[in-house]
Each structure stands twice: as structure tokens, then as C-alpha cells.
Design a protein around this ligand. Structure first.
Ligand SMILES: [Mg+2]
Length: 335
């Protein structure tokens, strides 16, 4: 396995209670590096996917599979895409542009047509099959995740990639307490947030960064041109409500104060904790693409790309390539 195989990190935007990020899974990182077998089990899924994006060669089941082309420079492919590519900048701009148009239209409908549309936040009794939305009362707000939604953690990911490191809570906390000089706003975020504020909408952040480092997160957001962010008013962090890394309790708190016009994030958990309730990758994809959920995408729910880390990076060959979607090259030379 190439030395350049840096595993993607787990981040605070993720739900450690989900099946994707159990303690055992977090501890699987070094074992992935030293060799992978099915016997290690589910714990390898995240690491395997992360390695795939890194261009690493890993064993999946009984197959030794080159899962992605090697990168010439040794930078993990997901990082090349998110932090280095024009395509990612364009995708992010596209999302922010659609978000602003949607919210401006929502505000026009609300004020001119006297319509009171539903919130983007699901009701407590909602399910993914029946995603009932809360009624809209109060001042309009849009709720943003922070990491890889409004802010690119380029400096932290550099340290991961360069050092071949896996997620480490103490190192992440040191990053949270850093001055933010090695971050950049997501393309489109500064202009998008400014446009929303100009339309009379309050910008609220709901992040799994820790409440204990709130002043640092406020400073980083303000420095990046994304503020104002005030803890307890427009910034909600892990520890501000029950539920740990789950965001539903904080969403409910915010929705009790505002009419949440839109939710914006890079993980499905930024929209509902229901997506992290033990679904297998194929079930999760089916839920996100189901008739009940599809109407929300681009209409209250807006997703930013993140191929670097997170709940999307799961699934073995059976999860990702169903039996009816496999092709064997008839021109391949028989051994
Ligand atoms: Mg995030």
C-alpha cells in the first residue's frame, strides 16, 4: 500500500452514534493501513471508502481491488476535488445560487402572497416515509452547518493528508482553537449569506463543533466573512441541546425561535437525524432519493459536496455495485 494513502478524517459534523462511526470503527483506522480482510468486518467500511478516494489499493472481501486510479501527486482524490478543483467551486456556487433564489422567492411569497409555507425542519413525529414539516411562525432564518458547508477546513485536511493521519479528537480540538487562517469560505458562501441577510433572513449556524470552543468558532466565522455568529443566538453547537452529535434537538430549538426557511449542509444529518438511524448505505441512498424526500432537495434542503469525509463514505462492493449493475469486459484477457 502506498505511503501516500492518507485516510480521510471523521469530523464533528458526523454522528458517532450511527453505525458508520462506532467507536470500533474509529479505532479501525490503523488496522486498515496494515491490511484489510473481511474478518475485520463492518468497522472497515469508512476507512475503505476513504482509501478509495485516496487512490489506495485495498482488499475487499476476497478480492484485492485497485479501487481508484493512483494520484500522481499523492493528494487524496476527494481533497483534490473539494479543495483544489474548479468543478467543486462551481458545484458549491450552483448550490448557493439556487439557495438564494429559493429563499428570495419564499420571502416574496410570504410577504406578498400572505402565504405561510412550512419550515424546512421536520416535525418530531416525522419519518423518512412521511417527512412532516413544522409549521412556519416567526422571523425567517436559514440554518447552515459549518464545516465543509460554509467553511473549508483546508489546513486541517492538509495535516491529515501530509501526515497520513486518521481522525483524532484532541487534534481536531486544537484545530477548533486555531485562528482559522488556514480555512477558506466555501465558494459562494460569503455572497450567499450576505444576500440572505439583505433579504431580511437571519443566518443561523448549527454545528457539531464544541460549545466549549464557541468563542473560537465565532471568531473563525467572522474572520471568514461569514458572520455575525453569536453563540446561543445565531450559533448552536454540540452541547447546546441534548442528543450529542445529533442535530435534531438543536434544530427544534432554532425552529422554536424562527421560521427555518432552508437547511444547508454537506451530510444528510444536517437535514434530519433519521438518516443516521442505522440505515445501510443502499437504504440511506434509497431514502434520500425516495418520492417522499425528493421534493425537499432544492426546495428547502440544499446539499454541498463533500467527498473528503463523512457519512457518504460507506459501502462495500455489494453496497455500491448491485448485482444487476456489474459489467465484465468481454475483451479482458483470460488468465
Ligand atoms: Mg459539515
Amino acid at each position: 500500500m502506498r505511503r501516500a494513502c492518507a485516510a480521510s478524517s471523521r469530523h464533528p459534523g458526523l454522528d458517532p452514534g450511527s453505525r458508520f462511526f462506532s467507536t470500533a470503527e474509529e479505532e479501525a483506522g490503523p488496522r486498515v493501513k496494515s491490511g484489510v480482510t473481511r474478518g475485520v468486518g463492518r468497522a472497515l467500511t469508512v476507512g475503505t471508502a476513504a482509501f478509495a478516494l485516496s487512490g489506495c489499493v485495498v482488499a475487499v472481501g476476497n478480492q484485492s481491488a485497485p479501487v481508484a486510479p493512483a494520484t500522481v501527486s499523492g493528494v487524496p482524490a476527494g481533497m483534490q476535488y473539494l479543495y483544489g478543483s474548479g468543478e467543486a467551486a462551481a458545484a458549491s456556487r450552483q448550490t448557493y445560487s439556487a439557495l438564494v433564489r429559493y429563499v428570495q422567492q419564499y420571502q416574496r411569497d410570504r410577504t406578498t402572497l400572505r402565504r405561510m409555507p412550512l419550515q424546512a425542519v421536520l416535525a418530531p413525529n416525522a419519518t423518512l416515509a412521511m417527512p412532516t414539516q413544522l409549521a412556519c411562525t416567526g422571523k425567517s432564518a436559514v440554518v447552515f452547518d459549518v464545516d465543509e458547508t460554509v467553511l473549508l477546513n483546508t489546513g486541517y485536511e492538509y495535516s491529515d493528508a501530509r501526515g497520513g493521519l486518521t481522525y483524532d479528537a484532541a487534534r481536531w480540538e486544537r484545530w477548533e482553537r486555531s485562528d482559522g487562517r488556514a480555512t477558506r469560505p466555501v465558494p459562494g458562501a460569503v455572497e450567499g449569506l450576505a444576500a440572505l441577510r439583505a433579504a431580511g433572513v437571519t443566518v443561523v449556524f448549527n454545528s457539531n463543533r464544541n460549545a466549549a470552543t464557541a468563542s473560537y468558532t465565532e471568531a473563525v466565522l467572522n474572520r471568514a466573512g461569514l458572520g455575525p455568529a453569536r453563540h446561543g443566538e445565531t450559533l448552536f453547537l454540540k452541547g447546546d441541546a441534548p442528543g450529542g452529535s445529533g442535530k435534531d434537538a438543536r434544530r427544534a430549538l432554532i425552529a422554536s425561535r424562527y421560521c427555518v426557511v432552508a437547511l444547508v449542509g454537506d451530510q444528510l444529518g444536517d437535514f434530519s437525524d433519521l438518516f443516521n438511524a442505522g440505515l445501510k448505505p443502499a437504504e440511506r441512498r434509497a431514502a434520500a432519493d425516495s418520492p417522499a424526500i425528493v421534493p425537499l432537495w432544492g426546495n428547502g434542503w440544499f446539499l454541498l459536496p463533500n467527498p473528503v469525509y463523512g457519512t457518504a463514505l460507506a459501502g462495500d462492493f455489494d453496497d455500491v455495485f448491485p448485482n444487476d449493475l456489474r459489467w465484465s469486459d468481454p475483451g479482458a484477457r483470460k488468465e
